[in-house]
Design a protein around this ligand. Structure first.
Ligand code: GLN
Length: 541
């Protein structure tokens, strides 16, 4: 048996039947409950795809790309982990098949396998196991929750499940598997069907893994006798079959899981005390605000991926947190930037209380963003530009205020006479796309009299970045003379990180992504300030 020196408990969350059941939300909810009982918890995600990280995947493939403080481009589930736990993740919290294979191949090239044939078992599975145990070995955690991406039965998942099987054997009661499945409601028969769950558990058992707990995702309440039947068929305690019914908000899920004793069952099975009940006071405070707000706030999100539910996940969640704390019900209006033009922009924006200009890459949809920004600037609508959104605010100002018609970002037009957004010096010779942007948390010094400084309530902040291009410092004086101020700068490089037009109510662009650091218990100050401005703007109408 593997010696588990610091008695960290390893909880594995697997999925069956179909994808998109919300393993990330269940993992995050369980983490929230254990944290609220005073345990030290971290969550990590193991993704079975071959990409080294999701940084090169487009939003159609993979939704939003999340960024950790240490500059790792990560799965969007890490965003959920942070929003629920309020604890920053790092590169160690997200591992892909690509990284596992790369590391094994590098070791083979260094001769570390001493002439052995390198195989999936034991070499790949050992590498997976080492990565799974890494965070636990720091001694910093009582629980390490590991979400295994994909569904049981996927070819790609096989080595991960084999690693989980081995660890479960080696760690004994310090390891536990929670399997999430789907119980569909068949309308024509008027029945909930458990057969897919039974099959999925069988498939998991075939890999040698007996789940300890089953979480059944369902749109309709599952009666007790049906849960009992599942328990019997799957060799799981009846109490350990819990259901996850569609919730009003994802932030309800910790409470729904607690009501069914999920946290208690995990503690009992781990041999730990269940005496201390979870302190969910602050969590409930947020939920009450979220649910009891009656007045709406209408925020438009202008981007080119708005039809994809997950493409701007962190932004919509950050807006949700801020609106709740400002006692408003968020009405998020998704506007496709490609559809916006000078004729229709007024129609689209005349009734909104605030506009967010989304981040992004490439030329598509840029002109629509610039048209929306012009309308907002000329009509003093609260406007929040994030990354590419901030760059578009700069371009719009250059074209329509400074009168440089040709002004552009070098990303969109390499030949422009006025490259107001340009490639950073250290980016000029980079040709690889993966993991080579300016990534992760950087310090930013804020101008004392700026709106952004009063929003944060301090002059030095740290936020996360993901971009290649920058505000071109050569033009700072011209912009400032004309009324757009550079109010946030990197203290080491002088790079412009925040712009604002102080004469307008709220017109701020950030080169960084404040949305990555908004959590339920700690909403991002800039989003709070933006919603507050939108509230005032609405009041004035
Ligand atoms: N495409 C822009 C850049 O690389 C902005 C990136 C973004 O919005 N995340 O600088």
């Amino acid at each position: 048996m593997k010696k588990n020196n610091n008695s960290t408990k390893y909880l594995f969350v697997t999925g069956g039947v179909i994808s998109s059941l919300g393993k990330g939300i269940i993992s995050s909810s369980l983490a929230r409950l254990l944290l609220s009982r005073g345990f030290r918890v971290t969550i990590q995600k193991f993704d079975p795809y071959i990409n080294i990280d999701p940084g090169t995947l487009n939003p159609y493939e993979h939704g939003e790309c999340y960024v950790t403080i240490d500059g790792h481009e990560a799965d969007l589930d890490l965003g959920h982990y942070e929003r629920f736990t309020n604890i920053a993740t790092t590169k160690a919290n997200n591992v892909t098949t690509g990284r596992i294979y790369r590391d094994v191949i590098e070791k083979e090239r260094h001769g570390e396998y001493l002439g052995k044939t390198v195989q999936i078992v034991p070499h790949i599975t050992d590498e997976i196991k080492n990565n799974i145990l890494k965070l636990g070995e720091t001694g910093d955690y009582d629980f390490v929750i590991t979400e295994i991406g994909g569904t049981v039965g996927d070819i790609e998942s096989t080595p991960f499940l084999e690693a989980v099987r081995q660890l479960k054997w080696e760690l004994g009661k310090d390891a536990m598997v929670i399997h999430l499945t789907y119980v569909p409601f068949i309308k024509a028969a008027g029945e909930l069907k458990t057969k897919p769950t039974q099959h999925s558990v069988k498939q998991l058992q075939q890999t040698g893994i007996q789940p300890d707990i089953l979480v059944l995702r369902t749109e309709k309440e599952i009666p007790e006798n049906v849960c009992k039947k599942v328990a019997q068929f799957c060799n799981v305690d009846t109490r350990a079959v819990v259901q996850s019914v569609d919730a009003q908000t994802i932030y309800d899920v910790p409470l729904l899981m607690h009501a069914q004793h999920l946290d208690e069952i995990v503690l009992e099975k781990s041999g730990l005390s269940t005496k201390k009940i979870p302190d969910l006071i602050e969590w409930n405070l947020f939920l009450n605000k979220l649910k009891n707000a009656t007045e709406y706030i209408n925020i438009a999100l202008v981007g080119k991926y708005v039809e994809l539910q997950d493409a701007y996940k962190s932004i919509s969640e950050a807006l949700c947190h801020a609106s709740a704390y400002c006692d408003r019900k968020l009405n998020l209006i998704s506007l496709h930037s490609e559809k916006i033009n000078e004729e229709n922009v007024k129609n689209y924006l005349k009734d909104v209380d605030g506009v967010v200009i989304a981040p992004g890459f490439g030329k598509r949809g840029i002109e629509g963003k610039i048209t929306a920004i012009r309308y907002c600037r000329e009509n003093d609508v609260p406007t929040f530009g994030i990354c590419l959104g901030m760059q578009c605010m700069t371009i719009e100002f250059a074209r329509n205020v400074l009168g440089w018609q040709d002004a552009d970002s070098k990303e969109m037009n390499p030949e422009t006479k006025y490259p107001v957004i340009d490639l950073m010096e250290d980016q000029k010779n980079i040709s690889d796309l993966g993991g080579t942007m300016r990534l992760g948390a950087y310090s930013c010094q804020l101008e004392p009299n700026s709106k952004v400084a009063s929003a944060y309530g301090k002059f030095e902040i740290k936020e996360r970045h993901r971009h290649r291009y920058e505000f071109n410092s050569e033009y700072i004086d011209k912009f400032e003379e004309a009324g757009m101020k550079c109010v946030g700068r990197n203290p080491d490089t002088g790079l412009v990180e925040v712009i604002e037009i102080p004469t307008l109510q709220w017109f701020i662009g950030t080169q960084y992504h404040p949305e990555y650091q908004s959590t339920v218990l700690k909403p991002n100050p800039l989003f709070l300030s933006f919603i507050d401005a939108a509230k005032k703007f609405r009041g004035e109408k």
